[in-house]
Write a protein that binds this ligand. Structure first.
Ligand code: ADP
Ligand code: ZN
Length: 818
């Protein structure tokens, strides 16, 4: 297709929080290059911005369209089906299409554009000779531009602020300045390596060597070396052999060799040793499960499976064998895991079975490594992608199966725009590409579990641990019954302390969970009741004792702990509530002989953070590991035979309807870490709510009892999975404005032509965050029809109070409701 008959218009999605796509005219010289899935640069107001070409069109409904400025990519970054998937995701979540597309791409690859301003001849003239009709500001701007060089537009903006644009427009109209746009290289690029290639035939080279041996021995030497190694030499080596640049230059000049740039792939895994594994002979229940999945992959049929089985029941082995079958059919596989940093072994198992056909995508890679993994995938150099949330968009053209491991994990939900849920996107993608999606969990989300009742999801069960693995014996300790020592908090109940001593004596390992970091959760003045709070968020500041700081766990605020009460000046300031840092200290006092470590966000900074701690556990260099929920994930540590949950109530009491579900999952996962080897495990759960159904179900490790009770409660309160939710979060730096806007929005939705059912508005549990006051409301709708488009339509009629910088954020199928 030549430029003459290529479509003349391009629909472009911008990653800039703009809901609609924009149409641009394609100049003739770009018509061959323009194609959907490529990045383009376009003018937007006074700026040049980067966007994604999503469609070519023959017609446009306006004549005065602006023109596409440039096409960035030689090849599309996204193919047609992926583009459609992103469009669907954007529509479902009400997110700008361009933002969704950007979320699918490796970060940092976008070029930015800069502008600079230059004087025209007339402009120069007017500066030197004086100009007739210029405002003082116009004159000032002109004089800021050097006569013979351009000035970066940014420098003018710093001087003139928002008026810069209109000033420049006026000066351009008068023909006094030119504004040039140029592109800056992206932050992240493919790495290239220079090498020298032989250009002549072997015979010619041999003749040349003979001729050069006396005259230019080093040139002859280098040619001989090139012949020996097959004609290509990395530049570094060539320079060493040549000893002087003139040798390389001479041979290049004579046309014998040429420097060539070749991309090198940064692959952090290539050199890591893996243990190759052979498929196991499957147990009868595993065989049944695999047969069902195989049937769906063979038929290229979308089925969503829920693979429900306790940790150690052999789910991963099923994934591996189902993928093996898929690859044999010439198709590809996508495996999502919640956080690779915490589960490095899971990724290793895929590499152990499939070697270099595996690509890994996750945030612990450097941006360059991530780009290279992504390019490998796109170039068809990998058939299996293992990755975290955003890997759900990996560019695999022949997708044959999707696995979502630990599908209940809230890490799959992105909590910033675009707010998508990777598990649900995996289901969309499976549906659109006609391939099965296997959701695996020991504690399925209630959405997935409930789906098995309606038939939308096919339930596959692995009832037992593989081999002799027996589930741990669990005990619940009622903290209300513990003897009280005045002035001391109960950290370890009598039972837990005794069990820890037993394990230490037997040289076995202990994991202790307290899902709260820091030393003390707050400082309270006992004289006046003042609580030391974050000035920007509605939370108390947490004491971090090692660094002697009070820190906000929601923003970056920190300060020195006050000696006296900041309100009344009293000296009776008391620490309340304990975190992992305090537990660690108490444990050291209690078990001085034990080797103890702590794993939480404070101790795992840096890319190696988790790894180093887990390695000590694995090697047996640790007796007790205390940590936040981070320690619940991960792999088998066969020598861990005791797990203690110091306070099961922390998550349970959160004002969030999923608090019970999350607590049950966390407790179950934690208990499951005990006794993963031949030794029988035990677990102790400490709580002030021993009768609570979540605790009771965790005690008996009975998921269905928990699910039954929880589903009944959700049904009664009309909550997911029985209803669909859209959360609207209204925020403003002004408290009254946020409240007023929320009330207005609530009234508007209640009186819409088709009234919505609404919970709220009410102050969000986290009523203030980073200086903004937050209100929220929940729109409810039947679970079988999309609710979002109707909400968006209704929102169009909403005009928030002016001048209070009101923000309304929409969260479809919200996970975090604080
Ligand atoms: P899950 O993913 O449910 O935690 P895994 O697949 O990791 O379970 O299996 C638990 C352990 O049992 C692993 O060490 C695995 O290698 C082993 N395993 C899995 N299936 C079999 C089998 N059919 N025969 C023997 N060992 C198996
Ligand atoms: Zn804060």
């Amino acid at each position: 297709m030549g430029p003459a008959d290529a479509p003349p218009y391009a629909e472009v999605a911008l990653p800039l929080g703009i809901d609609k796509t924009l149409v641009y005219a394609i100049p003739r010289h770009l018509r061959d290059a323009a194609a959907p899935g490529k990045r383009v640069t376009v003018p937007l107001g006074p700026r040049i911005v980067s966007g994604y070409l999503v469609r070519l069109t023959e017609t446009a409904d306006r004549a005065d369209l602006k023109a596409l400025q440039d096409v960035v990519d030689p090849e599309p970054l996204l193919d047609g089906p992926l583009l459609e998937l992103t469009q669907h995701v954007a529509a479902y979540y009400g997110a700008p299409w361009g933002e969704v597309i950007r979320a699918t791409l490796p970060p940092g690859i976008d070029a930015s554009t800069r502008r600079r301003v230059r004087l025209t001849t007339a402009g120069r003239h007017s500066v030197t000779q004086g100009a007739p009709t210029l405002s003082p500001q116009e004159r000032e701007l002109l004089h800021l531009v050097p006569l013979d060089a351009p000035v970066p537009a940014g420098r003018l903006t710093r001087r003139f602020g928002k008026t810069t644009t209109s000033l420049l427009h006026r000066l351009q109209d008068k023909g006094l300045v030119m504004v040039e746009t140029f592109r800056m290289p992206p932050r992240v690029r493919t790495k290239q390596e220079r090498s020298f290639h032989l250009l002549r035939s072997e015979q010619e080279v041999e003749t040349a060597i003979a001729a050069l041996t006396l005259r230019a021995p080093r040139q002859a030497q280098l040619l001989a070396h090139l012949l020996r190694v097959g004609g290509t030499l990395p530049a570094q080596e060539a320079r060493t052999i040549a000893q002087s640049p003139s040798v390389l230059f001479g041979l290049t000049q004579k046309g014998f060799i040429a420097p060539v740039l070749t991309p090198v792939r940064r692959d952090p895994f290539r050199d890591l040793p893996v243990t190759p594994t052979e498929p196991f002979h499957l147990s009868p229940p595993q065989q049944e499960v695999l047969a069902e999945i195989d049937a769906a992959t063979t038929a290229s049929r979308f089925v969503s499976f829920l693979l429900f089985g306790v940790t150690g029941s052999g789910k991963t082995e099923i994934y591996l064998q189902a993928i093996e079958g898929t690859l044999k059919q010439g198709k590809q596989a996508l495996v999502l895991v919640p956080e690779i940093a915490l589960t490095p072994r899971a990724a290793e198992r895929f590499r152990g079975r499939f070697g270099d056909r595996v690509a890994l995508l996750h945030s612990a890679l450097t941006p360059g490594e991530r780009l290279d993994q992504w390019l490998r995938i796109r170039e068809g150099d990998a058939d299996i992608v293992v990755g975290a949330r955003s890997a759900v968009f990996a560019p695999l053209p022949r997708l044959g199966i999707i696995v979502v491991d630990e599908e209940h994990d809230s890490a799959y939900k992105q909590e910033e725009s675009p707010r998508y849920h990777a598990r649900d996107v995996a289901l969309f993608r499976g549906q659109r590409t006609s391939c099965p999606v296997v959701l695996g969990s020991a504690t399925p989300s209630l959405e997935s579990y409930h789906g098995t009742h309606s038939g939308a999801v096919r339930l596959l069960t692995l009832p037992d641990r593989i081999g002799e693995g027996v589930l741990p014996a669990v005990a619940v300790v009622d903290l209300r019954q513990e003897p009280k020592v005045p002035g001391r908090r109960v950290i370890l109940s009598g039972i837990l302390e005794a069990r820890i001593r037993e394990r230490l004596a037997r040289r076995q390992q202990v994991l202790l969970l307290l899902n709260r970091r820091g030393y003390a959760t707050s400082l309270l003045c006992r004289d006046c009741g003042h609580l030391v709070r974050c000035p920007h968020c509605s939370v108390a500041l947490t004491l971090h004792r090692a660094v002697q700081l009070l820190r906000c766990h929601h923003c970056t605020h920190q300060r020195r702990p006050p000696d006296r009460c900041p309100a009344c000046g009293g000296s009776n300031v008391r620490q309340l509530g304990m975190g992992t840092e305090q537990v660690e200290r108490e444990l050291r006092a209690c078990f001085p002989e034990a080797r103890i470590a702590r794993m939480d966000r404070d101790t795992t900074a840096g890319p190696q953070g988790h790894h180093l701690i887990l390695q000590r556990l694995e090697r047996g260099d640790l007796d007790i590991l205390v940590g936040t929920q981070m320690i619940a994930k991960g792999h088998d540590y066969p020598n861990v035979t005791l797990v203690g949950i110091l306070s099961a109530d922390i998550g349970l009491n959160l004002p969030d309807f999923r608090a019970g579900e999350r607590t049950f999952a966390l407790l179950t996962q934690m208990v499951g870490r005990s006794g993963r080897g031949p030794l029988r495990g035990a677990a102790v759960i400490q709580t002030y709510n021993p009768e609570h159904y979540c605790i009771q179900a965790a005690l008996r490790q009975d998921y269905s009892a928990f699910a039954q009770e929880e589903l009944a409660r959700r049904r009664e309160r009309n909550l997911p999975p029985f209803t669909r939710l859209v959360r609207l979060l209204i925020s403003s730096p002004k408290e009254a404005a946020a409240a007023e806007a929320a009330e207005q929005l609530g009234t508007l939705l209640r009186h819409a032509p088709h009234p919505f059912q609404i919970d709220g508005p009410a102050p969000a549990p986290l009523a203030r965050l980073r200086g903004r006051f937050r209100w929220h409301l929940f729109v409810k709708g039947p679970s079988d029809t999309p609710l979002r488009p109707k909400v968006t339509t209704a929102l169009e009629a909403f005009s928030p109070p002016r001048g209070a910088s009101i923000q309304v954020e929409m969260d479809v199928d919200p996970v975090d409701t604080l």
